[in-house]
Design a protein around this ligand. Structure first.
Ligand SMILES: [Fe+2]
Ligand SMILES: [Fe+2]
Length: 231
Protein backbone atom coordinates (compact mmCIF):
# COMPACT_ATOMS: atom_id res chain seq x y z
CA UNK A 1 0.00 0.00 0.00
CA UNK A 2 1.34 3.36 -1.04
CA UNK A 3 -0.65 5.71 1.26
CA UNK A 4 -1.48 5.56 4.98
CA UNK A 5 -3.82 7.13 7.53
CA UNK A 6 -0.97 9.02 9.20
CA UNK A 7 0.37 10.55 5.96
CA UNK A 8 0.02 14.32 5.85
CA UNK A 9 -2.24 15.67 3.08
CA UNK A 10 0.43 18.06 1.75
CA UNK A 11 3.08 15.32 1.72
CA UNK A 12 0.79 13.02 -0.28
CA UNK A 13 0.35 15.72 -2.96
CA UNK A 14 4.11 16.40 -2.88
CA UNK A 15 4.83 12.70 -3.56
CA UNK A 16 1.94 12.22 -5.97
CA UNK A 17 0.67 15.55 -7.44
CA UNK A 18 -2.38 13.90 -9.05
CA UNK A 19 -3.69 13.09 -5.54
CA UNK A 20 -4.98 16.69 -5.76
CA UNK A 21 -7.74 15.40 -8.09
CA UNK A 22 -8.94 12.94 -5.42
CA UNK A 23 -8.72 15.54 -2.64
CA UNK A 24 -10.61 18.11 -4.70
CA UNK A 25 -13.38 15.58 -5.27
CA UNK A 26 -13.83 15.16 -1.49
CA UNK A 27 -13.24 18.85 -0.62
CA UNK A 28 -10.07 17.94 1.28
CA UNK A 29 -7.87 21.01 1.68
CA UNK A 30 -4.40 20.11 0.39
CA UNK A 31 -2.88 23.60 0.48
CA UNK A 32 -3.54 25.48 3.75
CA UNK A 33 -4.70 22.27 5.48
CA UNK A 34 -1.70 20.34 4.13
CA UNK A 35 -0.29 19.68 7.59
CA UNK A 36 -3.32 17.57 8.65
CA UNK A 37 -3.06 13.79 8.49
CA UNK A 38 -5.28 11.93 6.03
CA UNK A 39 -7.09 10.39 9.00
CA UNK A 40 -7.95 13.69 10.67
CA UNK A 41 -8.89 15.43 7.38
CA UNK A 42 -11.28 12.56 6.56
CA UNK A 43 -12.70 12.57 10.09
CA UNK A 44 -13.43 16.33 9.95
CA UNK A 45 -15.44 15.78 6.75
CA UNK A 46 -17.13 12.58 8.03
CA UNK A 47 -15.58 10.54 5.19
CA UNK A 48 -14.13 7.04 5.48
CA UNK A 49 -10.32 7.46 5.29
CA UNK A 50 -9.88 3.86 4.13
CA UNK A 51 -11.93 4.38 0.98
CA UNK A 52 -9.85 7.45 0.11
CA UNK A 53 -6.65 5.42 0.60
CA UNK A 54 -7.97 2.74 -1.76
CA UNK A 55 -8.88 5.39 -4.32
CA UNK A 56 -5.44 7.03 -4.02
CA UNK A 57 -3.70 3.66 -4.38
CA UNK A 58 -5.62 2.69 -7.51
CA UNK A 59 -5.23 6.18 -9.04
CA UNK A 60 -1.49 5.98 -8.31
CA UNK A 61 -1.19 2.59 -10.03
CA UNK A 62 -3.10 3.84 -13.07
CA UNK A 63 -0.99 7.01 -13.26
CA UNK A 64 2.40 5.46 -12.58
CA UNK A 65 3.33 5.57 -16.27
CA UNK A 66 2.98 9.34 -16.66
CA UNK A 67 5.79 10.80 -14.67
CA UNK A 68 5.40 14.21 -13.05
CA UNK A 69 8.21 16.46 -11.82
CA UNK A 70 9.40 15.91 -8.26
CA UNK A 71 9.45 19.51 -7.01
CA UNK A 72 11.23 18.51 -3.80
CA UNK A 73 14.29 17.65 -5.92
CA UNK A 74 14.03 20.23 -8.74
CA UNK A 75 16.31 23.28 -8.66
CA UNK A 76 14.95 26.37 -6.88
CA UNK A 77 14.99 28.21 -10.20
CA UNK A 78 12.86 25.53 -11.90
CA UNK A 79 10.42 25.48 -8.98
CA UNK A 80 10.12 29.28 -9.02
CA UNK A 81 9.65 29.31 -12.82
CA UNK A 82 6.88 26.72 -12.47
CA UNK A 83 5.08 28.80 -9.82
CA UNK A 84 5.38 32.02 -11.82
CA UNK A 85 4.54 30.56 -15.23
CA UNK A 86 1.81 28.03 -14.35
CA UNK A 87 0.17 29.90 -11.47
CA UNK A 88 0.99 33.63 -11.27
CA UNK A 89 0.57 34.02 -15.05
CA UNK A 90 -2.72 32.09 -14.86
CA UNK A 91 -4.10 34.55 -12.31
CA UNK A 92 -2.87 37.61 -14.23
CA UNK A 93 -4.66 36.28 -17.32
CA UNK A 94 -7.90 35.12 -15.68
CA UNK A 95 -8.81 37.20 -12.60
CA UNK A 96 -10.40 40.12 -14.49
CA UNK A 97 -12.32 38.00 -16.99
CA UNK A 98 -13.73 35.73 -14.23
CA UNK A 99 -14.74 38.85 -12.28
CA UNK A 100 -16.67 40.04 -15.36
CA UNK A 101 -18.37 36.61 -15.61
CA UNK A 102 -19.51 36.73 -11.95
CA UNK A 103 -21.03 40.19 -12.64
CA UNK A 104 -22.76 39.05 -15.84
CA UNK A 105 -24.43 36.03 -14.21
CA UNK A 106 -25.40 38.11 -11.15
CA UNK A 107 -27.16 40.62 -13.43
CA UNK A 108 -28.90 37.91 -15.53
CA UNK A 109 -29.75 35.34 -12.83
CA UNK A 110 -29.41 37.09 -9.44
CA UNK A 111 -33.17 37.53 -9.03
CA UNK A 112 -33.71 33.74 -9.13
CA UNK A 113 -30.37 32.79 -7.59
CA UNK A 114 -29.56 35.14 -4.69
CA UNK A 115 -26.42 33.09 -3.87
CA UNK A 116 -24.83 34.82 -6.88
CA UNK A 117 -24.51 37.98 -4.76
CA UNK A 118 -22.18 36.09 -2.40
CA UNK A 119 -20.32 34.53 -5.36
CA UNK A 120 -19.75 38.01 -6.81
CA UNK A 121 -18.70 39.52 -3.48
CA UNK A 122 -16.42 36.67 -2.38
CA UNK A 123 -14.79 36.33 -5.78
CA UNK A 124 -14.02 40.03 -5.96
CA UNK A 125 -12.63 40.02 -2.41
CA UNK A 126 -10.47 37.05 -3.46
CA UNK A 127 -9.38 38.88 -6.62
CA UNK A 128 -8.22 41.92 -4.63
CA UNK A 129 -6.48 39.75 -2.00
CA UNK A 130 -4.65 37.76 -4.69
CA UNK A 131 -3.64 40.84 -6.68
CA UNK A 132 -2.02 42.41 -3.59
CA UNK A 133 -0.44 39.05 -2.69
CA UNK A 134 1.02 38.53 -6.19
CA UNK A 135 2.51 42.02 -6.14
CA UNK A 136 4.13 41.26 -2.76
CA UNK A 137 5.55 37.96 -4.01
CA UNK A 138 6.72 39.32 -7.36
CA UNK A 139 8.26 42.56 -6.08
CA UNK A 140 9.52 41.45 -2.64
CA UNK A 141 9.70 37.69 -1.99
CA UNK A 142 10.77 36.17 -5.30
CA UNK A 143 13.42 38.86 -6.00
CA UNK A 144 14.72 38.26 -2.43
CA UNK A 145 14.92 34.50 -3.08
CA UNK A 146 16.75 35.11 -6.37
CA UNK A 147 19.15 37.48 -4.60
CA UNK A 148 19.90 34.80 -1.99
CA UNK A 149 20.50 32.19 -4.72
CA UNK A 150 23.12 34.55 -6.22
CA UNK A 151 24.87 35.58 -2.98
CA UNK A 152 24.20 32.52 -0.71
CA UNK A 153 24.50 35.09 2.09
CA UNK A 154 22.77 34.01 5.33
CA UNK A 155 21.42 37.53 5.92
CA UNK A 156 19.72 37.41 2.51
CA UNK A 157 18.18 34.04 3.43
CA UNK A 158 16.86 35.47 6.71
CA UNK A 159 15.17 38.30 4.76
CA UNK A 160 13.38 35.61 2.69
CA UNK A 161 12.34 33.55 5.74
CA UNK A 162 11.00 36.64 7.57
CA UNK A 163 8.24 37.16 4.97
CA UNK A 164 7.02 33.54 4.92
CA UNK A 165 4.57 33.68 7.87
CA UNK A 166 2.83 36.73 6.38
CA UNK A 167 2.50 35.04 2.98
CA UNK A 168 1.14 31.86 4.61
CA UNK A 169 -1.51 33.93 6.43
CA UNK A 170 -2.55 35.44 3.10
CA UNK A 171 -2.78 31.92 1.62
CA UNK A 172 -5.16 30.95 4.44
CA UNK A 173 -7.38 33.97 3.67
CA UNK A 174 -7.47 33.05 -0.05
CA UNK A 175 -8.09 29.35 0.74
CA UNK A 176 -11.02 30.27 3.02
CA UNK A 177 -12.59 32.46 0.31
CA UNK A 178 -12.26 29.59 -2.20
CA UNK A 179 -13.99 27.26 0.28
CA UNK A 180 -16.80 29.86 0.71
CA UNK A 181 -17.21 29.97 -3.08
CA UNK A 182 -17.43 26.18 -3.30
CA UNK A 183 -20.15 26.20 -0.62
CA UNK A 184 -22.10 29.13 -2.15
CA UNK A 185 -22.11 27.46 -5.60
CA UNK A 186 -23.09 24.04 -4.18
CA UNK A 187 -19.85 22.51 -5.49
CA UNK A 188 -20.09 24.42 -8.77
CA UNK A 189 -23.33 22.75 -9.77
CA UNK A 190 -25.04 24.83 -12.43
CA UNK A 191 -28.84 25.02 -11.82
CA UNK A 192 -31.23 23.71 -14.48
CA UNK A 193 -32.13 27.22 -15.61
CA UNK A 194 -28.44 28.23 -15.95
CA UNK A 195 -27.26 29.45 -19.37
CA UNK A 196 -23.94 28.85 -21.15
CA UNK A 197 -22.38 31.91 -19.49
CA UNK A 198 -23.42 30.51 -16.10
CA UNK A 199 -21.75 27.19 -17.00
CA UNK A 200 -18.63 28.92 -18.23
CA UNK A 201 -18.43 31.08 -15.09
CA UNK A 202 -18.63 28.04 -12.78
CA UNK A 203 -16.16 26.10 -14.95
CA UNK A 204 -13.65 28.97 -14.71
CA UNK A 205 -14.21 29.42 -10.95
CA UNK A 206 -13.53 25.72 -10.36
CA UNK A 207 -10.48 25.82 -12.65
CA UNK A 208 -9.16 28.81 -10.67
CA UNK A 209 -9.72 26.92 -7.40
CA UNK A 210 -7.64 23.96 -8.61
CA UNK A 211 -4.89 26.17 -10.01
CA UNK A 212 -4.70 28.24 -6.80
CA UNK A 213 -4.74 25.23 -4.45
CA UNK A 214 -1.82 23.74 -6.42
CA UNK A 215 -0.08 27.14 -6.36
CA UNK A 216 -0.44 27.45 -2.57
CA UNK A 217 0.61 23.79 -2.15
CA UNK A 218 3.84 24.43 -4.08
CA UNK A 219 4.63 27.47 -1.92
CA UNK A 220 3.40 26.32 1.54
CA UNK A 221 4.38 22.66 1.37
CA UNK A 222 7.45 22.66 -0.90
CA UNK A 223 9.13 26.03 -1.56
CA UNK A 224 8.87 27.54 1.94
CA UNK A 225 9.93 24.35 3.83
CA UNK A 226 12.88 23.92 1.44
CA UNK A 227 13.98 27.51 2.13
CA UNK A 228 13.62 27.02 5.90
CA UNK A 229 15.72 23.86 5.70
CA UNK A 230 18.62 25.92 4.30
CA UNK A 231 18.79 27.98 7.51
FE1 LIG B 1 2.58 32.72 -5.49
FE1 LIG C 1 1.55 32.85 -2.51
Amino acid sequence: MKFNNSDKIGEIVTRFPKAADVFQKYNIDYCCGGKDSLESAAKNLAIDAQSIILELDSYFLKSSNNKSTDWTQASFQDLINQILQAHHAYLHTNLSSISDLTKTILRAHGANHPELVKVYQDFNTLKTELEVHLIKEETVQYPAIEKYLMTLDLEDLKTVIDVIAELENEHTVAGDLLKNLRTATNNYQVPDDGCNTYRHAYFKLEELEKNTFTHIHLENNILFPRLKELL
